[in-house]
Design a protein around this ligand. Structure first.
Ligand SMILES: [Zn+2]
Length: 327
């Protein structure tokens, strides 16, 4: 912050007698980067130069909505959740604000594991953020096959996706293979069986990074990945529950054969330990991690540095959540 005030002071000194709208864009961007999107909205309406500065890629590169959750109840039939209308309206409002301010400059987007958007929301995002390179969307119960495929087709630059462990994954891998030529990084949060592994080996043979941390994985799926993915440079199976098969839920260990195959990968992260807190939580939750029971940051971690989400972004901070909840 000191650096920021110094920059602003320097700018003031430099531009004595000049108008606010003539301030150096770099200085404006540096100041505006400290604001959240609700604070940015009125600032963007001051004048044209401030409007331009408020949309700068330096501010909007990462849109982290990780604080935003849907109000929902679980149901017994698909999509297994019911989301209240207020949540949908709130999400629509936030996305409209973010997309209008960012002017297509978002390349990295993060959503909470309890944020359930609809096809309309996803379509709106993909239209207005066509240059997306990285998407973290751990839940898509309400998004249809058509909805996700349409979005992927628009995101030709997509390189990295974090997604839930859906039951029938081939269509999504096929669409990525067709549309996203630079795709290299996948993280799956949930269940990873041999069908999922097969869909990856067939459609994404050049994948470089795969993280399955805190998922249920079958031994057959793991072996298929280890035997078939020659381009894989990083594999993370830390804190996973390894099962013989999904139909026969017998816990398995990482035997020497698996460790030998894994050692051929440049970075092979694994952890199955009685003294590991995360492993203990996985066992207590019977393999389907109940992220909401734990620390706010817990779901954002990954042993693979390029997949770790780090701290929450400033554009949508806790003050935004409070303002929106109160309104
Ligand atoms: Zn562990």
């Amino acid at each position: 912050m000191t650096e920021l005030f110094d920059s602003a002071r320097m700018a003031d000194t430099k531009y004595v007698g000049r108008r606010w709208e003539d301030m150096d864009t770099d200085v404006l961007v540096k100041i505006f980067k400290e604001l959240n999107m609700i604070q940015l909205a009125p600032v963007s309406r001051v004048c044209r130069s401030w409007r331009m500065a408020c949309s700068d890629p330096f501010i909007w590169n990462t849109l982290d909505l990780g604080h935003l959750q849907s109000n929902f109840i679980q149901t017994t039939a698909p999509p297994y959740i019911w989301v209240d209308e207020r949540s949908d309206r709130r999400l629509t409002r936030i996305l409209r604000m973010a997309m209008a301010l960012s002017f297509g400059n978002v390349t990295y987007m993060i959503f909470h594991f309890n944020l359930y958007m609809k096809d309309d929301h996803l379509s709106y995002i993909s239209e207005r953020s066509p240059y997306l390179r990285r998407l973290v969307m751990p839940a898509w119960n309400r998004i249809t096959k058509v909805g996700i495929c349409q979005a992927i087709r628009r995101w030709e630059n997509l390189e990295s996706l974090t997604m839930p462990g859906i039951p029938h994954p081939p269509y999504i891998m096929e669409e990525i293979s067709r549309s996203c030529k630079n795709f290299s990084q996948l993280k799956v949060m949930g269940t990873f069986d041999v069908n999922f592994a097969f869909a990856i080996t067939v459609n994404l043979p050049k994948l470089k990074v795969l993280s399955l941390r805190c998922s249920i994985i079958t031994k057959q799926a793991l072996l298929l990945i280890l035997d078939s993915m020659d381009s894989l440079e990083v594999l993370n199976i830390s804190h996973c529950l390894l099962l013989e098969t999904l139909r026969r839920p017998v816990h398995s260990e990482l035997d020497q054969a698996i460790l030998n195959k894994g050692s051929r990968i440049r970075e092979f992260f694994h952890c199955q330990s009685n003294s590991c807190t995360t492993c203990k939580r996985m066992i207590e939750d019977e393999g389907l991690m109940r992220w909401y029971r734990y620390e706010d940051w817990f779901w954002r971690r990954d042993e693979v540095s390029s997949l770790d989400l780090g701290d929450y972004g400033k554009l949508f901070d806790e003050n935004c959540v409070n303002r929106l909840t109160a309104s």
